[in-house]
Design a binder for this molecule. Sequence first.
Ligand code: GLC
Length: 460
Amino acid sequence: MQLFAGGTTPFFQAIYRFGVDDLPRQLRRQRVLRLFVFAGTCLLAIFAGQACQKRDKPAAITLTLIDQGWVNKDTRDRLNEELRLFTTESGIRVEVLPAPESAVEQLATWRKLLQARAAVPDVYAVDVIWPAILADDLVDLKPYIPGPEIAAHFPELIANNTVNGKLVALPYNLDTGVLFYRIDLLQQYGYRAPPKNWEELESMAARIQAGERAKGNKDFWGFVWEGASSEALTCNALEWQVSEGGGKILENGMITVNNPQTIRAWERGARWVGSISPPGVVAYKEWDAFNIWQAGQAAFMRNWANAYVAARAPGSPIQKTFEVAPLPEGRAGLGATLGGHGYGVSRYSLHPQEAAMLVRFLCRRDVQLKRCRKTAQPSTLPELYSDPEVLAANPYFSSILDTRNKIALRPAATSGKKYPDVSRAYFEAVHVVLTGKKSATQAASDLQIELQEITGLKAP
Ligand code: GLC
């Protein structure tokens, strides 16, 4: 009877309490037999019940999704609307978890959760720079998403999100660095077009800034951007550097930072601080730059295409007085950083099948089309860039498509799991130049040594 005595369920305890040892042998056997038949029937009923529950009540599943923190109310409302539609279609509810604002803190949070093998969240937003870093902890989406649906996205995004043959995230939005400019101010100061190169940007920004200040707006600035020691500074400085021909930090198996073009590009950025850009720009992340610009206090802003949605939102003070253009060019042409996100499914999710359904839904053509019929972040499906309704709601999509081939990738795929260290070394080096703690020449030479230690690569 040791087995029953050790049983912890009420079912086993009831059998034990029945006291079969007290009965005559024959009767005892019959009773034990009847009990086992009864027990078997009960167990079958329980399992069958559970199976029915699983089949009949998929709504009992609630998935959790963690998205980028850098979204405005409009984008969040739209995501919630899409999630409601997903629930109607599938019976599966979705909760969105709060996330930190910046890419570095987001990645730290994502990694902590995945390293702890947390069952929640089921779905993670995956920045274009993270696939190699998170690949081991995300499922391969290929078995869950039909091939043609994968092939419908920009091939470079699919390539970017594929690590050792595994599709770790399905692209959700495409982001790139762009120049926001005030149409009204350009007209007032006699400019017909946004600046084509950095010199034009500098002179236009300085002139508009001086004019606006002379009118009494003492806090007006020419150009705002992201100069805080953060991933966004890696993106800004990479754009300056690439446009001057200084290379993409790591390129063709070599480190490309300690060269005259890069040094010149960083020096120019440092010159802006306190002249056409506020001294505080060295602490600005995306929202800080955006808030000043949206308040009408700057003529130009470097930001992501996704800031377009927030700037065009009803009630935005500059809703109708701005446009976006490709970033100004340097001596080597255009440098615009590729950004954006996909969605991936955690290996530790208890509902990988349903989570993959959610990813598939959010990236699906009809869902993206509906999203892009209003002001939206650029789609990941090339086909939508020729849709008249999409273009009418988002005229800036055409310039994204035009500059697509010139977009600079951060060296995330080449440095793999070391990318956070590479990027940190880079943005810290640029930051000390912007804050005047080191000359650009010194910072570039120190960075070269640091990147050699991190990556084992050499200079050309
Ligand atoms: C934007 C981009 C992302 C980038 C981040 C940096 O969210 O889409 O790719 O890493 O900004 O702050």
